[in-house]
Design a protein around this ligand. Structure first.
Ligand SMILES: *Cc1c(COP(=O)(O)O)cnc(C)c1O
Length: 382
């Protein structure tokens, strides 16, 4: 398939298109907050918390300053401390392991499944020790980890389960929403997430009232009531402006998710029309999972193709991204954990061959044809 000379280019993500579609409502919500001059917590945040709790099918949700803090706060509230261990995936955004370290504990990595890039439940038990206090499965790219065996191991060893659902709001596992399966879930409202604010923001979801109350206190320096400090927390409040924006967007989220899933389906059709299955593989959608496609991630069969393909796309003004080029166990800052290449081979191999293609609700067929034809052209010339 050849490409027309007049290509529009395709960004990896197009937030302007989303804003254009809801501009009036967003501007009105922002103006309402400005009119009231109530910027910290308050009714916008409380309403968003109730709406997110209902959306994620949990009794409680507590807003905080970022997805990173939404991971840190439950660990703090569970009293995790130096000497403790927390099991997680080495193939995630840095915050997953970073927040374990911030809480004072040691991240213990367990390799991933090659098809879903999520933590491999069959390898978790051998990583459990008497020091393991929690397991953080990451629902990567919009698909949940295989939660049943993870929850069972958590119960057996008395370890809490914290779902890193930063990329997966609205995703499902056997009919349950991401963030409602473990003891707590962490959401991020970073602009590129499926529900993205106009800046940073995050939220913890949980069925545990006591945990929610404690997190609500930790996010305001452990204070309750005013100027009485029960414990030392920090400042991790969610802005009312962010909450007002997010409340408008939350009403569209199911529609946007449906459109992401349609775009994923169209990618599959367009790839099938080309004969590219020998050179690239497409994301696996598990039957037990409802995938919300925060990312549509392909793999090049030959890892040597990944970076040249990315440059080729970039020359055609097609955006793509590598999530993530360096697994967490090989990050310099974790050198003291003593890991080296070969420790988590599946994560290391994924890091060399994954490539996230443009994915957002407004992505249309024309743009996708441009992406897939460019990929076909790359392999034709090579
Ligand atoms: C985005 C993200 C986070 C952190 O969220 P921030 O809001 O950027 O702090 C944590 N884990 C994963 C898997 C993420 O993708």
């Amino acid at each position: 398939m050849s490409i027309s000379t007049e290509t529009r280019g395709v960004p990896a993500l197009d937030l302007k298109a989303q804003y254009r579609s809801i501009r009036d409502e967003i501007d009105e919500a922002v103006a309402r907050v400005i009119e009231n001059q109530g910027f910290i917590l308050g009714p916008e945040v409380a309403n968003l918390e109730a709406e997110i709790a209902a959306y994620c099918e949990v009794p409680r949700a507590v807003g905080c300053a970022s997805g990173t803090d939404a991971l840190l706060l439950p660990l703090m509230a569970w009293g995790i401390e130096p000497g403790d261990e927390v099991v997680t995936s080495p193939f995630s955004f840095f915050a997953t392991a970073g927040s374990i370290h911030r809480a004072g504990a040691k991240p213990v990595f367990v390799d991933i499944e090659p098809e879903t890039y999520n933590i491999d439940p069959s390898l978790i038990e051998s990583a459990m020790t008497s020091k393991t206090r929690a397991i953080i499965p990451v629902h990567l790219y919009g698909q949940t980890a295989d939660m049943d065996p993870i929850v069972a191991i958590g119960r057996k060893y008395g370890a809490k389960i914290l779902e890193d659902a930063a990329q997966s709001i609205g995703a499902g596992y056997k009919g349950n929403r991401a963030g409602s399966i473990g003891d707590a879930g962490a959401l991020s409202f970073y602009p590129s997430k499926n529900l993205g604010g106009f800046g940073d923001g995050g939220m913890v979801t949980t069925r545990d009232d006591k945990l929610a109350d404690r997190i609500a206190r930790l996010r305001v320096h452990g204070m309750e009531p005013k100027y009485h400090h029960h414990e030392i927390g920090f400042n991790s409040r969610l802005d009312a402006l962010q909450a007002a924006v997010l409340r408008v967007k939350l009403r569209r989220l199911d529609d946007w998710t449906a459109r992401r899933r349609e775009a994923a389906e169209r990618y599959r059709e367009l790839f099938a029309e080309q004969t590219l299955d020998e050179v690239v593989s497409l994301p696996t959608e598990k039957e037990s999972c409802f995938h919300v496609y925060n990312q549509f991630v392909i793999e090049t069969t030959d890892p040597a193709d990944r970076d040249p393909l990315r440059s080729f796309l970039s020359e055609r003004k097609i955006g793509s991204e590598i999530y993530y080029p360096i697994p967490l166990h090989l990050q310099l800052c974790f050198a003291s954990l003593g890991h080296g290449p070969g420790d988590f081979p599946v994560a290391e191999s994924a890091a060399k061959s994954v490539l996230a293609l443009p994915m957002y609700p407004e992505l249309d067929r024309e743009l996708q044809i441009e992406v897939v034809s460019a990929i076909a052209d790359y392999f034709d010339q090579s």
